[in-house]
Design a protein around this ligand. Structure first.
Ligand SMILES: Cc1cc2nc3c(=O)[nH]c(=O)nc-3n(C[C@H](O)[C@H](O)[C@H](O)COP(=O)(O)OP(=O)(O)OC[C@H]3O[C@@H](n4cnc5c(N)ncnc54)[C@H](O)[C@@H]3O)c2cc1C
Length: 319
């Protein structure tokens, strides 16, 4: 199998599981360390690995861009190859990823969904599972839907395809939980995973920025009952489908951003939207697709680049 240049590096791009088995055996024979790249969103990790090995064992770079197939099994089960992206990845160096071959688009077309995702959808299935960074809520998580994972492991120096399935009795000591949910990429190369999907749903919710004292949550105390009832932070987390809090504790700021949302049907979501516009004294409107940034010339590209620049600058401050 010959590598191809990606970002100036030699990357192996397997097209089938047998290729992955071959690559692992080849790496063993040459005493190489395999570095699998997903969407490289866990920066600076991947960029650091791409600078080359710092030890005696060289790296073998592997990217599963060509393993992005999806197979719908019975009912709501879907088996997806590890190189498949959740949504389109605009920075895919090979340009393979697009909306149509993304997992979420294809699930949506079947009226299906996953219970929870991260804040972005560029990630690959393999990368997302390896880092367990989906940021679930106390009610829903991406991993809830995971039924099994197929990993090319290397035990006794020989590449082997192993499937770890969720135990029916939920026994937490079952190897599934270690191998599928907390591997951190250490067990081998994830080649595919099977998910039990949920029916497609909408979310409704709001975001409010207030002073800590005016926050809808009693941030630092217990539940408050009565006229000025407020849930404690624990109660709020336990009763809210999806939430994200941002606390600005600095002197002179003391503000809290509370983002919260709940699952809804299309009908409920449209009624909610209509009501929300009316409350603001605006003409009632129905739902519109989620836009993370304002669209300039009908495209999110300019605002995304601006946000990217800003966050990169903050991330690298003060260097
Ligand atoms: C600054 C920053 C912001 C982030 N923001 C968000 C966010 O808003 N929402 C969110 O959900 N997550 C976020 N993340 C987390 C990021 O999305 C996760 O790390 C995600 O897993 C990356 O997926 P990927 O496909 O890009 O994997 P990569 O970044 O390419 O790889 C991640 C790790 O998994 C390994 N790996 C990749 N594929 C496989 C495979 N098939 N088998 C075995 N190992 C594999 C890689 O070697 C690497 O160690 C953020 C991370 C950073 C650094």
């Amino acid at each position: 199998m010959d590598p191809q240049k990606v970002n100036g590096l030699d990357y192996f791009l397997p097209t089938k599981i047998d290729d992955v088995l071959w690559l692992v055996n080849d790496a063993v024979a040459k005493s190489e360390i395999i570095c699998v790249r997903g969407a490289a969103h866990s920066f600076p990790l991947i960029n650091t690995l791409e600078k080359g090995s710092t030890g005696r064992r060289p790296y073998k770079y592997v990217m599963l861009s060509n393993l992005y197939g999806i197979k719908f099994l019975e009912n709501d089960l879907v088996k997806v190859d590890a190189g498949c992206h959740l949504g389109p990845d605009p920075w895919d160096p090979l340009g393979v990823s697009n909306k149509e071959n993304s997992l979420l688009f294809q699930l949506n077309n079947k009226g299906l969904a996953l219970p929870d995702l991260g804040g972005i959808t560029h990630q690959t299935i393999g990368g997302f599972l390896s880092t367990a960074s989906s940021g679930g809520s106390t009610k829903f998580s991406f991993e809830d839907a995971l039924m099994s994972v197929d990993i090319v492991t290397c035990e006794g120096g020989v590449a082997t395809l192993k499937t770890f399935s969720r135990p029916a009795d939920g026994n937490e000591d079952d190897p599934f939980y270690g191998a599928a949910i907390a591997t951190m990429g250490l067990f081998g190369v994830i080649v595919s995973a099977t998910f039990k999907c949920v029916p497609k749903f909408y979310i409704t919710g709001d975001e409010a920025t207030t002073y800590e004292a005016d926050c809808e949550i009693n941030l630092f105390g217990n539940d408050i009952t009565g006229k000025d009832a407020k849930p404690s932070l624990e109660t709020f987390f336990k009763t809210t489908d999806y939430t994200r809090l941002m606390w600005w504790p600095q002197e002179g700021v003391h503000k809290m951003v509370v983002w919260k949302a709940s699952q809804a049907t299309e009908l409920q979501a449209n009624a909610w939207a209509k009501n929300a516009y009316e409350k603001r004294g605006e003409e009632p409107k129905l739902l519109k697709p989620y836009e993370e940034v304002p669209y300039v010339f009908n495209s999110p590209a300019l605002a995304t680049m601006g946000a990217d620049f800003l966050f990169t600058a903050i991330g690298r401050w003060p260097d």
